[in-house]
Structure formats: structure tokens, C-alpha cells
Design a binder for this molecule. Structure first.
Ligand code: SF4
Length: 446
């Protein structure tokens, strides 16, 4: 008879909203149903037949050859050889794995004098740079749920990107001081497109593509008492800007969420910096906070863990034996494009599908270790494939939610036979193999 059970209070391992109220039904070790998650979150739990799940370490010396299965011991030896023999390896990814795995990765990058970087480098990197420039008046999602009466989504479309965000934490949520939910909140969407989120907003400001900076500064100028002239600014009628600015000014507790529509449109870091400055200005009259809507379920962890270990959030180079940080010099796209790295470990990121062509070409030239759950474009470019355990489903894991709240993800089922207990265990064992090789090399030199 098949053992049927339900695991409650599971945390979704997909987007940065980290919904932690999921219920998962299992028959034996097979997940048969997921409740409370959105469609994307549920799909992440249920492995579809023919989904190319990786279960054994794979190796090929020549990238044109077929892979052959090898043992974990051999895999660690080969991975350690690649990392130790490289002059300047890149250890990239981490946003879809645990804090514990990141910690091991940082130790490894320091040991081999490599670069440590994460997906944040090309998603919310500009947000992190802006926060360093002008500070960060932020809050937790719980405060938004309980207090916010004006919510602005700028350059993001949570209905599709973070499907439960609006119901769990923002306009539709019933909070302590907002017991009637949506009817007690004003929803403002600022987006060049008429997105599904924009369609349900009280105000949709259809800003011209790439002119967010101008619009932020129009708000700031108006709130500072300047007269706005002309019919439109950045494509938005001036009357509408004034109306929304007045609603912002009279909010009891306001919130700005922003997404990659802002961090990757013209102006990048300066868009976010001026958004933060608008938030600071609104705080001179009432209470406002701001937060990036982060994508991967532990992308916040990348900057948190790297910051508490090295003092820097991402794009960290250990070539001199101590951490240095410089976006544009040590960030993934630049170091791959400019051929500054001669080996790469990519974990839980699939850069082969996401990076620019010149970077992918470099990945094809250099020794590449791919740590992935499924076959991906990156595994197709790799010399060595290390099959990963599904973080937060097959292994307990700590992560940071988009608001910086740490969450312990509950394990739902055992890893597949022959797999490691978690990504962290795999990274720790690999780190030990690297340490042994470095010690041997030092011994031979003496
Ligand atoms: S909103 Fe995000 S975290 Fe929540 S269930 Fe959907 S994908 Fe998962």
C-alpha cells in the first residue's frame, strides 16, 4: 500500500515572494498535489514526465564528445582540478540555492582566488548600486499588508511575475489596519504597457518607454512646490501626475514596489536612486517605503550573504587574496565577454540561456562545471555536470525573502537515490576537495 501524506507550511522555491503556506500531498515519494501555490509555484513541485532530471554526475574532457557517467568522488576530483588549475575562475549563480550553499561557494571562491557573482548582477544589480548611493527606506511585506493604503507598482507586473504577491501582501490582502483589503487601498501602476496589473489599477500612468527618470523627477518637483508646465511629462498628462502626487502626499502609509522595468530601462541605477529619493521626500509629509520586487526565490540571499561575509553584495573578486568589489570590472557579463576568466562553475542559474551571446561563447571555450537540476543550455556547454538536489523541496534550506526576512524552507521529500542531501552538502564536499588539492600543491612546493 502506498504511503499517503501531506506536508504543510512548505515554502515555494520559485519567486522572491517565498509563499510559505503551501500544502503538498505525496503518495510515497511522488508529489501528487500542491495547494495554495500559484500555477508557476505548483509546476515547480511536480516533475513532469520526460523533464530531463539529472541524477548522475557526467563528464567529458572534450565538449564535442558524449558525456559519460562518473562517481561523485571522481566528479569532485575533476571539479577541484578545474577550479584549482584555473588562474581566475568565475563562480556564478546561487540565487536558486540556499544560504548554506552560498557560504560554501564564497569560501571556495576565496580559496581559488576567483570571482563570486550572482544573477543579481544582471537583474536588481542597479537597485543595489542605487541603495549604496542614497540609502534604503524599506520595510517588511507584513507592514505593507497591515498598513499600506496607497500601493505603487512601478515597472513591474506582479500578476504574472509574482502571482500571489498582490493577494498575500499587498492590495488584495486583508491587514490589521486594512481589514477590508482592496477597498481600503489605492493602487497605482506606472508602466508603458497596459499590463494585467495596470488593468485593475485605480491609476495607470502610461509613462513613455525609458522616461521613468523624468516622471520621478516631475513628482519630486511637484511635491517640492514647483509648478509643472505643459500638457504631458514623459507621456503622462500633467493633471494625472498632480492627482496621483496629491494621493501620495495624503496617504497614511504608502509603498512603492519596482521591478526590472525600472532597473533595466534607460537610466538604470539613477531611476532607482530617484525612486528612493521620491520615497524619502514623501517621508517628510507622511510614511512611505520602497522595495524591489525580486525574482528568484533567494536572489536577496545573494546580496545578504555576500555582504555579511565580505562586506560587498556581488561582483566580488578574490584574485588578490582579499575581496574587492567593482561592478563593470568583476561582474559576470564583463569578465566573460572580456575573457578575464578561464574556468567557470555555474550553479542553479542556467547562464547558457540568459547571458549575452559573447558570454555564452566564452563559456563554450573554457572548462565549465554546471550544477543543475535539469538538463539546460548550460549543461550542453559543460565539461562536468553535477546533478543538484531540489532546494526547498528535497532539502531543508534557509533563504531570504525579497524584504530581507530569513525563512527556513521545509523539506518535503527525500532526494532521489544517489543524490546529495542538499546543494550545501555538495558544495561543502567540493570545497574540501579543493582544499585538499591546494594543500597538496603547497606541500609539493615546500
Ligand atoms: S507567488 Fe511566487 S512564491 Fe508564491 S506560489 Fe507563486 S511562484 Fe511561488
Amino acid at each position: 500500500m502506498v504511503d499517503k501524506r501531506t506536508v504543510t507550511d512548505c515554502t515555494c522555491a520559485f519567486c522572491g515572494a517565498n509563499c510559505d503556506d503551501l500544502e503538498v500531498d505525496l503518495e510515497g515519494e511522488t508529489i501528487v498535489e500542491v495547494r495554495n501555490a500559484c500555477k508557476i509555484g505548483s509546476a515547480n513541485y511536480i516533475t513532469a514526465p520526460g523533464s530531463h532530471r539529472l541524477t548522475k554526475p557526467l563528464w567529458r574532457a572534450n565538449k564535442l564528445d558524449e558525456f559519460k557517467e562518473i562517481s561523485w568522488e571522481e566528479a569532485y576530483e575533476k571539479a577541484a582540478d578545474i577550479l584549482v588549475n584555473a588562474k581566475h575562475p568565475l563562480l556564478y549563480g546561487w540565487a536558486e540555492t540556499s544560504i548554506e550553499a552560498m557560504r560554501e561557494g564564497l569560501k571556495m571562491a576565496e580559496a581559488v582566488g576567483g570571482i563570486w557573482d550572482g544573477q543579481v548582477t544582471h537583474c536588481h544589480g542597479p537597485s543595489v548600486n542605487a541603495i549604496q548611493q542614497v540609502g534604503f527606506p524599506t520595510c517588511t511585506l507584513g507592514e505593507v499588508k497591515n498598513r499600506a493604503d496607497v500601493i505603487v507598482y512601478w515597472g513591474c507586473n506582479p500578476i504574472h511575475g509574482h502571482p500571489r504577491h498582490m493577494a498575500r501582501y499587498a492590495p488584495f490582502a486583508r491587514g490589521f489596519f486594512r481589514v477590508d483589503g482592496r477597498s481600503e487601498r489605492t493602487l497605482v501602476v506606472i508602466d508603458p504597457r497596459k499590463t494585467d496589473t495596470a488593468k485593475i489599477a485605480d491609476f495607470h500612468l502610461q509613462v513613455n518607454l525609458g522616461e521613468d527618470y523624468e516622471l520621478f523627477n516631475a513628482f519630486r518637483a511637484y511635491l517640492n512646490g514647483c509648478e509643472l508646465t505643459g500638457d504631458k511629462i514623459a507621456g503622462v498628462p500633467v493633471d494625472m501626475i498632480k492627482k496621483v502626487a496629491e494621493r501620495m502626499r495624503t496617504a497614511n502609509w504608502g509603498m512603492i514596489f519596482f521591478g526590472m522595468g525600472l532597473t533595466h530601462s534607460y537610466g538604470k541605477t539613477q531611476n532607482v536612486a530617484t525612486a528612493i529619493e521620491l520615497t524619502a521626500l514623501l517621508n517628510s509629509e507622511t510614511k512611505w517605503s520602497i522595495m524591489p520586487l525580486m525574482g528568484h526565490f533567494n536572489v536577496k540571499g545573494v546580496t545578504e550573504v555576500a555582504s555579511w561575509i565580505t562586506g560587498y553584495p556581488f561582483a566580488i573578486d578574490f584574485a588578490r587574496g582579499y575581496p574587492r568589489y567593482n561592478v563593470g570590472e568583476f561582474s559576470t557579463v564583463e569578465v566573460l565577454r572580456d575573457k578575464q576568466v578561464d574556468a567557470m562553475l555555474a550553479i542553479a542559474a542556467d547562464p547558457g540561456s540568459h547571458l549575452p551571446q559573447a558570454c555564452v561563447e566564452r563559456m563554450a571555450e573554457i572548462p565549465l562545471i554546471a550544477v543543475e537540476i535539469y538538463k539546460t543550455s548550460t549543461t550542453e556547454l559543460a565539461n562536468l555536470v553535477l546533478p543538484d538536489t531540489h532546494t526547498g523541496i528535497e532539502a531543508e534550506a534557509s533563504v531570504y525573502r525579497m524584504d530581507g526576512v530569513p525563512i527556513l524552507m521545509r523539506k518535503v521529500k527525500d532526494p532521489l537515490p544517489g543524490m546529495k542531501l542538499s546543494s550545501a552538502v555538495m558544495m561543502e564536499e567540493l570545497y574540501r576537495a579543493v582544499e585538499r588539492k591546494l594543500a597538496n600543491r603547497a606541500g609539493k612546493k615546500e
